[in-house]
Design a protein. Structure first.
Length: 381
């Protein structure tokens, strides 16, 4: 099991906790013959718990819904533990602060919850609203969730950095072992076969052909090992360094969906004769990885620099024993200069014997074109 699956699964379970805790709080506040939680309060409470449970994909929207539902609950005649239910809005603020990608999302969530708290204080007592107590309550009910969310966020980022460093160390150690042991012995095999070919008698043509075939196979294997060493030393590869052929198309579609979710119109054009999967099957593991990473990096640049009013075109096709990738989009302002992302794509393409060009095309659009050979031959000098 992947080490990241356990925390993700725990987070999913935690999101459903209010569906159990909230009814328990309401039941614990019920005293037969003395106090019974109103049906309206039950409905509002369960709607809040449900909004939190299903709000994993839309945390800000869920937070605003919970904050809105908290206002009538603040006004209602609650008693005992049932009075804690409206403060699920504070938990939602913690969740947004911990997971939000942009500060604006945190600000919107906190503002919504702050408004609910102020509304609750206002309806409770107009006179007390303008007192120092109001400021203290807002600071406690809004400020503390923000601080807790920021703390949990920093802890998550620290844990992620530590995990990334650990994986990088593991990859470096594996790369050293491959270089010192496997690559060294493979290079020695290639060298000795070359010596054997040199000293072999001219009449032993059949043996010479066998040795040439073995040397070619060993040379290709050595080239693959050297490419794998570069891949292992690349910290940007993440958990999965090698991509199976049947997973390439799914990963590309996922990257395109992320760009569409950011507000861009994307047109994906794949070779009508050969789809992405069949084309990737003819690439080696590093070639498939290069194909995927080039598209992902290009689409990331589209989201950073692209114009949402224009069309983004992603095409993958086979031509002249190569897989060609083209990503074309409109850019805002002047064309960008070569950054680390473009340099990284250039290095990846060269690593597998491919070529890359990036710049403004004849239509004034930004175009990234990468060609990857279907059969990669490496230099074993």
């Amino acid at each position: 099991m992947n080490r990241t699956e356990v925390p993700d699964r725990i987070q999913r379970y935690v999101r459903y906790t209010p569906l159990v805790v909230v009814p328990c709080l309401l039941i614990a506040s019920t005293y037969p013959g003395e106090y019974r939680v109103p049906l309206t309060y039950w409905i509002l409470s369960m709607l809040s718990a449900l909004a939190f449970a299903v709000g994993r994909r839309w945390p800000v929207f869920a937070s605003l819904v919970i904050s809105a539902l908290a206002v009538p609950m603040f006004v209602a005649d609650a008693w005992g533990l049932s009075e804690l239910v409206p403060y699920l809005g504070a938990v939602a603020v913690v969740d947004v602060t911990m997971r939000a990608e942009r500060r604006e999302m945190v600000a919107v969530s906190a503002a919504g919850w702050c408004g609910s708290v102020l509304a609750g204080i206002w309806f409770e007592s107009h006179e007390a609203f303008w007192s120092v107590t109001t400021a203290v309550k807002v600071l406690a009910y809004v400020g503390l969730p923000l601080l807790l969310g920021l703390y949990l966020r920093s802890q998550r980022e620290l844990a992620a950095n530590n995990l990334a460093q650990t994986r990088a160390a593991e990859r470096s150690a594996l790369a050293r072992e491959l270089h010192d042991l496997v690559a060294h012995h493979m290079a020695s095999i290639v060298l000795r076969i070359g010596v054997a070919q040199h000293v072999l008698a001219p009449q032993d043509e059949a043996v010479r052909e066998v040795l040439a075939d073995v040397r070619g196979t060993a040379s290709d294997a050595l080239a693959d090992i050297r490419r794998l060493l570069v891949a292992l030393r690349d910290p940007s590869l993440g958990e999965v360094a090698l991509v199976e052929p049947d997973a390439v198309e799914a990963e590309i579609e996922a990257a395109i969906d992320r760009v569409r979710a950011a507000g861009f119109e994307v047109q994906a054009v794949f070779d009508a004769q050969e789809n992405v999967e069949s084309g990737a099957a003819d690439l080696d593991a590093i070639g498939r990885l290069t194909l995927l990473r080039v598209i992902q990096e290009s689409l990331t640049n589209v989201m950073k620099h692209g114009d949402k009013k224009g069309l983004v075109s992603v095409s993958v096709g086979r031509e002249d024993s190569r897989v060609h990738v083209r990503v074309v989009n409109d850019v805002e302002g002047s064309p960008r200069s070569a950054g680390h992302g473009l340099v990284g794509m250039q290095e990846r393409a060269e690593l597998v014997g491919g070529e890359m060009t990036a710049g403004t095309n004849s239509d004034g659009k930004w175009e990234v074109h990468v060609s990857i050979p279907l059969v990669v031959s490496g230099d074993v000098s």
